[in-house]
Write a new protein. Structure first.
Length: 102
């Protein structure tokens, strides 16, 4: 039987952190944050972070309007504003392996 020569690297692929797409806050309206990106799904948790400090909060994706992502912050919003970065909170993007494509 044929032995898959790449089987030994699958654990490395599964734990490798990839570059995550990022978005940016375009505006804050009431209790919601509107951002341009990242590409996310409804209910996904994102991290909102300033590029100038370590301040960050989590926010849940609650909707979409045209190309805008609408998020509900899960923490204090006093120190966030337009231009802050947004990324998926899990820390890893997705890598497909050949074994998963069958």
């Amino acid at each position: 039987m044929f032995e898959n020569p790449f089987k030994s690297i699958y654990p490395i692929i599964d734990t490798t952190e990839t570059i995550k797409p990022k978005g940016k806050i375009s505006k804050i309206v009431g209790l919601t944050i509107e951002s341009l990106g990242p590409p996310v799904k409804l209910g996904e948790i994102c991290t909102v972070k300033s590029s100038k400090s370590d301040n960050q909060i989590l926010a849940e994706v609650v909707g979409f309007r045209e190309n805008t992502v609408i998020l509900m912050p899960l923490g204090d919003t006093d120190e966030i504003g337009p231009g802050f970065g947004i990324s998926q909170a899990d820390g890893r993007g997705a890598l497909a392996r050949q074994e998963d494509l069958h």
